[in-house]
Ligand binder design. Structure first.
Ligand SMILES: Nc1ncnc2c1ncn2[C@@H]1O[C@H](COP(=O)(O)OP(=O)(O)OP(=O)(O)O)[C@@H](O)[C@H]1O
Length: 664
């Protein structure tokens, strides 16, 4: 493939790097670990001073053409890495490698595909960021070379966080790049995206660029990373990842997660070539961090808020992350607790917030002792400093979700604690967590009922004083039931196990004077458009007798918006934008809708190079998918209505945009 003259000239201009690159190439090749090998346990005898001396000796030998094997290294400065990367690592305070870094980086440096698994907080981000930087450096990649690396992450926040690590460790390299992390202006991004060497983004946004950006060119891609790979390859992002894979060449691929997929079917979809299976904690007795203390309590639904309040009141000096199952619950609990003043700052985080607001809240939470109420938007990957407690008020949808949620504490050698409230009706989850194969050391504690603060009366008083809170409470009630109803794991989540009395008591615990009336609408698989419309029309909805007693008491309440009706929606955010044959399927509702809201930082003003044609000629044509502000596919008619009806809004949104981060 011929590259333009200008690129060659730019590369020749970096002759001081050329010698180092030659040396690194030779070292990487001569000292590479054998496929399938793991590093030996690190020797404990050498002091830090010894280790530095060894590292200097290794580097001097390499400069003299004697290349040592690097598969057993314990420090970053013993690896065949560029001086720019080593200097930045040292400045950032990274010296000793973590287990996953020791095991994965040597194999990744010599170009192998990796399927990496290690516990939460064990340093997986650096395990892929370093090979990415080195790959591009050794390929003499420059800003003019276009997209060389794509890193896909499930949420915008996580993409932003990964980009921060790249900026820190790659700051001495001259690569361009950015986290496309907020739906700002796809048109502005179209101009710029081909000039980014490293793109970090959610799958939905990338697919959107493949669809809408003329000449979006990934044909020169060098390396692909899927963070939280199990989630990427599973139902949530399956169809989008399939599209991405079909649009890019086969390149070195790195897959990382704390709960790795082992499904051959999943892995076949990303075409891994003789991958290194690296699971550093596979033999460990626990799947969660060793320094994490975990306990569970069986708490009736109607006592959960009392329990949470009492817990917070007794931990006013702790940084606490609280998981709830829906945006409306987060909003309600946050608002009501704020009014009741527990004596510690409160924050909330969910997907309906602007990315900038989220970032500000995360930054504050990083710095302060406070309580953060969050949906699962915070469950994976986020690296928040010194969280003391993770409290799961609502049951996670799986054991893997539990592991990711509790992994927000006890990160990288720090200590942490977690507590989960499970309703008696959800005890099956406790069995799953305690099962030998889950490897989760969890203690079951009995709640001390006598210590419980009873706050239902206080909440009810607040609802009288602030009527808008009553509406919020009602919605929190309904969305909680909905969140249980839509769960796939019916062994754990089964509304029919709750009685009408349970629901009434729960409503009363939220301060509601009466139990909101709700209805359940049947879920027809592969529902046609007609069916979908019918579901939207209340009179035609089919009521399911989930709990005859409950249904007798809970009929349709017309005050609740459609979103609050217990009709099945997809639990995930931007999953399945396409149906099987590229047919537009209805917008997924999602627990967190900002996963696809994107922000791009710092504008680029370099001339574009001529780009090659897209790769996949078999992609379905003739179906132009439109996306909403969050990157979800929207119905053509809905989008037409939006364009006709809200020109001003569209214009206003556009003015928010786009800037790219740069490593320079
Ligand atoms: N070699 C290292 N030395 C010191 N600190 C490190 C090292 N590697 C990573 N860390 C720190 O450990 C913390 C957790 O790292 P990271 O976020 O990469 O974990 P993770 O394995 O990706 O976790 P999760 O599974 O939750 O996404 C970060 O604050 C990071 O800066």
């Amino acid at each position: 493939m011929r590259r333009p003259q200008r690129r060659l000239v730019a590369k020749q201009g970096r002759s001081q790097d050329a010698d180092e690159i030659r040396l690194l190439e030779a070292w990487v090749d001569a000292g590479k670990p054998r496929p399938g090998t793991k590093p030996p346990p690190p020797s404990e005898s050498s002091s830090a001073a010894d280790a530095r001396r060894i590292a200097r000796a290794v580097a001097a030998k390499a400069a003299a053409g004697e290349y040592s094997e690097y598969g057993a290294c314990t420090r970053f400065d013993e690896l065949p890495l560029s001086k720019k990367t080593k200097d930045a690592l040292r400045k950032a305070g990274y010296k000793e490698m973590s287990e996953i870094q020791r095991a994965a980086i040597p194999h990744a440096l010599c170009g192998r595909d990796i399927l990496g698994a290690a516990k939460t907080g064990s340093g997986k981000t650096l395990a892929f960021v370093i090979p990415v930087l080195e790959k591009l450096y050794r390929a003499k990649w420059s800003k003019e070379d276009g997209v060389g690396c794509i890193i896909i992450s499930p949420t915008n926040d996580l993409a932003g966080q990964i980009w921060d690590v790249i900026r820190k460790v790659g700051k001495l390299h001259g690569f361009s790049g950015g986290a496309i992390v907020k739906r700002t202006g796809i048109d502005d991004e179209k101009e710029l995206i081909n000039r980014l060497n490293i793109i970090v983004c959610t799958p939905g946004r990338l697919v959107q660029h493949f669809d809408e950006t003329p000449n979006f060119d990934c044909s020169q891609l060098q390396i692909l990373v899927l963070d939280e790979a199990d989630q990427m390859l599973h139902r949530d992002f399956q169809s989008q990842v399939d599209i991405i894979i079909s649009q890019i060449p086969k390149v070195q691929t790195l897959l990382f997660s704390a709960t790795q997929t082992k499904s051959i079917k999943d892995l076949a979809r990303v075409n891994l070539k003789n991958p290194e299976y690296i699971s550093v904690h596979e033999q460990a007795s626990t799947a969660t961090p060793d320094n994490l203390e975990q306990c569970a309590m069986i708490v009736p639904l109607e006592q959960k808020l009392n329990m949470l309040w009492s817990f917070i009141r007794r931990h006013l000096k702790s940084k606490i992350l609280v998981f709830l199952s829906s945006v409306k619950q987060v909003k309600f609990v946050y608002e009501i607790f704020k009014k009741l003043r527990p004596g510690i700052p409160l924050k909330c985080m969910h997907g309906r917030m602007k990315y900038e607001v989220q970032q500000a809240i995360v930054a504050e939470f990083n710095e302060s002792t406070s309580v953060m109420f969050s949906t699962d938007i915070f469950a994976r990957g986020l690296d928040i400093g010194d969280v003391d407690w993770v409290v799961q008020v609502d049951c996670p949808d799986s054991v893997a979700s539990y592991i990711h949620r509790v992994g927000r504490t006890a990160r990288y050698n720090k200590r942490g604690k977690s507590l989960i409230f499970l309703c008696p009706e959800e005890e099956r989850m406790l069995e799953k967590l305690k099962a030998t194969e889950s490897k989760i050391p969890i203690n079951v504690k009995k709640p001390k009922v006598e210590l419980l603060d009873q706050i239902s009366q206080n909440i009810a008083a607040m609802l009288v004083k602030f009527p808008n809170l009553q509406q919020l409470g009602k919605r929190a009630f309904v969305t909680y039931l909905k969140s249980v109803y839509i769960q796939k794991d019916k062994e754990v989540f089964d509304l029919s196990r709750f009685s009408a009395e349970n629901f009434a008591a729960y409503a009363s615990s939220l301060g509601l004077p009466v139990t909101p009336k709700i209805r359940f609408v049947s879920h027809k698989k592969n529902a046609s458009k007609k069916d979908m419309e019918d579901i939207g029309v209340k009179q035609k909805a089919k009521v399911i007798e989930i709990n005859p007693q409950a249904n007798r008491d809970m009929l349709v309440d017309d005050e609740l918006d459609d979103d609050d009706i217990l009709k099945p929606k997809k639990a995930t955010t931007d999953a399945n934008i396409y149906g099987l044959h590229g047919i537009l399927s209805p917008k997924a509702s999602g627990t967190d809708t900002n996963m696809e809201s994107e922000k791009v930082k710092e504008l680029v003003d370099r001339p574009l190079k001529k780009k090659k044609l897209k790769i996949n000629v078999h992609r379905p044509v003739g179906i132009r998918v439109k996306y909403d502000d969050e990157g979800n596919a929207i119905d053509p008619l809905a989008s037409l209505a939006e364009e006709v009806g809200s020109e001003g809004v569209i214009h206003k949104d556009k003015s928010l945009f786009s800037f790219f981060f740069f490593v320079s």
